[in-house]
Design a binder for this molecule. Structure first.
Ligand SMILES: Nc1ncnc2c1ncn2[C@@H]1O[C@H](COP(=O)(O)OP(=O)(O)OP(=O)(O)O)[C@@H](O)[C@H]1O
Ligand SMILES: [Mg+2]
Length: 212
């Protein structure tokens, strides 16, 4: 009896530790969301883009599962092992990724609900590529696609601000680009490119003593 109780207590405290950890992460993301909506921006840090993608994917997936126990999707990863560290504002780019993953999950789930084809399996694929002076992140889902005449989620399901803020974070804050390719009823693919050098050389020199 005593041993069993100890085991359960051990398991519960392990779970609590995980909950606390995810809570802290969520807190960081919310803080950065608020900072962004206030117009101030977080600090750039040198990050491993693959680790950032992996963490955002886990957060998005478990977040979606928490909201809907029946949620399921095949996640594919094609992460460039040669991806070198890049300086960016990790919380803000994570926020962009969370939105793209969330949108992809939503669209793929929607298609599977509406698809007459029982063999359809929702899937989302993330690809990273080291391009030397920039890093590319692709997010592709086999969902509904973006209709030729743009529709949005039913009122109340989203703020609809996700993509416009995502676009700002990538283009204004990081000097990158966002492209979208979609075939209605088949797929949607977003491609983000984040440049390595976005400061004038003089400033880069001042900042460089931190080392590579
Ligand atoms: N991967 C996708 N597949 C199909 N449609 C998409 C996809 N991504 C975005 N969309 C369309 O673009 C709309 C706007 O997306 P956006 O992320 O800006 O807002 P939202 O997801 O509706 O709300 P929020 O992100 O604030 O929760 C979506 O509602 C959807 O109609
Ligand atoms: Mg969204």
């Amino acid at each position: 009896k005593r041993a069993e109780a100890d085991e359960v207590v051990g398991m519960l405290s392990g779970n609590l530790e995980k909950i606390a950890e995810h809570g802290r992460r969520a807190d960081g993301i919310v803080t950065s969301m608020l900072a962004h909506s206030r117009g101030s921006s977080g600090e750039r840090q040198s990050v491993n883009v693959n680790a950032m993608v992996e963490e955002a994917l886990n957060l998005a997936y478990h977040g979606a599962r928490a909201q809907d126990q029946s949620f399921n999707i095949t996640l594919e990863r094609d992460l460039d092992r040669c991806a070198a560290p890049i300086e960016l504002v990790p919380q803000d780019v994570t926020r962009v990724l969370l939105n793209l993953f969330g949108n992809g999950f939503y669209a793929a789930t929607k298609r599977s609900r509406e698809a007459p084809d029982a063999a359809f399996r929702p899937a989302l694929k993330v690809t990273t590529r080291e391009l030397g002076n920039e890093i590319e992140i692709r997010v592709r889902d086999n969902g509904t696609g973006i209709p030729p005449f743009f529709t949005t989620k039913p009122t109340g399901e989203g703020t609809g601000l996700g993509l416009s803020i995502s676009y700002d974070i990538i283009t204004q804050q990081h000097g990158g680009t966002v492209e979208v390719d979609s075939t209605f009823g088949e797929f949607t693919e977003f491609t983000i490119r984040l440049p390595r050098v976005q400061r004038p050389a003089s400033q880069a020199v001042i900042q460089s003593p931190r080392g590579a």
